[in-house]
Design a protein around this ligand. Structure first.
Ligand SMILES: NC(=O)c1ccc[n+]([C@@H]2O[C@H](COP(=O)([O-])OP(=O)(O)OC[C@H]3O[C@@H](n4cnc5c(N)ncnc54)[C@H](OP(=O)(O)O)[C@@H]3O)[C@@H](O)[C@H]2O)c1
Length: 324
């Protein structure tokens, strides 16, 4: 059958993203074919496009989507035609109308969770899950620092942390986002203008926070170390402002015997059991209203390049979805 997808033949800017037909084979052993109904846009898609995280080219883009199983291959044991499923990982290539996927990467979307919400937030929701409960298990009564608090991961992370009894200091890059993030942060600092390191120390009575969740990277990494309490953890999970370059390890001793980790979702969902447990915990939080992620932007799949421009220009809030 013929599907349509966004294809890049070279790494580069958004102009590399072309809308093209592609031929899909029948699903092989352990695979199913999906008719995709909604596709999530993540910051990592821009790294795949630009070549910060290189791909084997030509390639489509995208890590997550929701859809209906419309054909099953041999040796498929869990899924059947008509099942509504989502994925957030595996091979790159979600920006497409139809897709062959291994059943092992798919999770059933519970009734009551709309396709667009599942597609646009499963990756970020599972990221928030492992960051808050596995990388550093937050405890009620703690105060934490979350960068880019108005963004896709930021919104879910902050809402979920608050539901666990944690106080959240969030940072944002503009006054417009400050008002938004105030809905799910106890305090919001504008890192484009505030002396946010001093403010964090003031808000924690000079003690610092036990963990910083940082998806911004280059601009925030070093100053964030000054926000940590002794033996605190810097969870550096993204590069929105650019990757963190090498640094003197001795800084960690000077600033309080600190820990640093650079986690990624794939390593927290590498087994079927871990993927299901992480996804189910996120879907349960969604169903219980502990997290209420916004889809801040919607685009037609053909217009994915505009979604990338807006994400890079810091024009987006919450999650972004492409509709095939
Ligand atoms: N390791 C993992 O497992 C994992 C999983 C998912 C996402 N991530 C990472 O988490 C981060 C957030 O992902 P997301 O998809 O939810 O994106 P997002 O937070 O919705 O967007 C990124 C935000 O970063 C902030 N930012 C700061 N400096 C920036 C710059 N120079 N250029 C662009 N944005 C800048 C912007 O917010 P302000 O305007 O408020 O500054 C922007 O809106 C990304 O770095 C992503 O790669 C990591």
């Amino acid at each position: 059958m013929t599907a349509f997808h966004i294809l890049i033949e070279q790494h580069g800017d958004e102009q590399q993203m072309q809308w093209r037909p592609t031929t899909l084979n029948e699903p092989g052993a352990g695979e199913v074919r999906l008719r995709q109904s909604a596709i999530g846009v993540n910051f990592i898609d821009t790294y795949h496009r630009s070549g910060l995280y290189p791909l084997t080219l030509p390639s489509s883009l995208g890590m997550e989507a929701c859809g209906i199983v419309e054909a099953v291959g041999p040796e498929v044991s869990e899924l059947k035609i008509g099942d509504r499923v989502a994925y957030a990982g595996g091979a790159v290539g979600a920006y497409t109308t139809h897709r062959i996927m291994p059943e092992s990467k798919l999770v059933i979307v519970p009734d009551g969770i709309p396709d667009d919400l599942a597609a646009a937030t499963l990756l970020r929701g599972m990221t928030a899950q492992y960051l808050l409960k596995q990388t550093f298990a937050v405890q009620a009564g703690q105060t934490i620092l979350v960068h880019a608090a108005a963004g896709g991961v930021g919104q879910i992370l902050c809402q979920w942390a608050q539901s666990l009894g944690v106080k959240v200091i969030g940072t944002v890059g503009s006054s417009k986002k400050q008002a938004l993030a105030a809905q799910w942060c106890d305090w919001v600092l504008d890192y484009s203008s505030d002396d946010w390191v001093a403010a964090v120390r003031d808000l924690t009575q000079g003690l610092g926070v036990p963990v910083v969740y940082d998806g911004v990277g280059a601009d925030t990494f070093l100053p964030s170390l000054d926000c940590l309490a002794p033996r605190g953890l810097m969870a550096s999970f993204g590069n929105a402002s650019g990757p963190v370059s090498s640094f003197n390890l001795g800084i960690l001793a000077q600033k309080g015997s600190l820990y640093v980790t650079r986690p990624t979702l794939g390593h927290y969902t590498s087994t079927r059991a871990a993927l299901l447990a992480t996804a189910e915990d996120y879907f349960a939080a969604l169903a219980a209203g502990l997290v209420k992620p916004d889809i801040g932007q919607r685009y037609a799949l053909q217009d994915a390049a505009q979604a990338h421009r807006d994400l890079a220009a810091r024009q987006t809030t919450g999650a972004t979805v492409l509709m095939p």
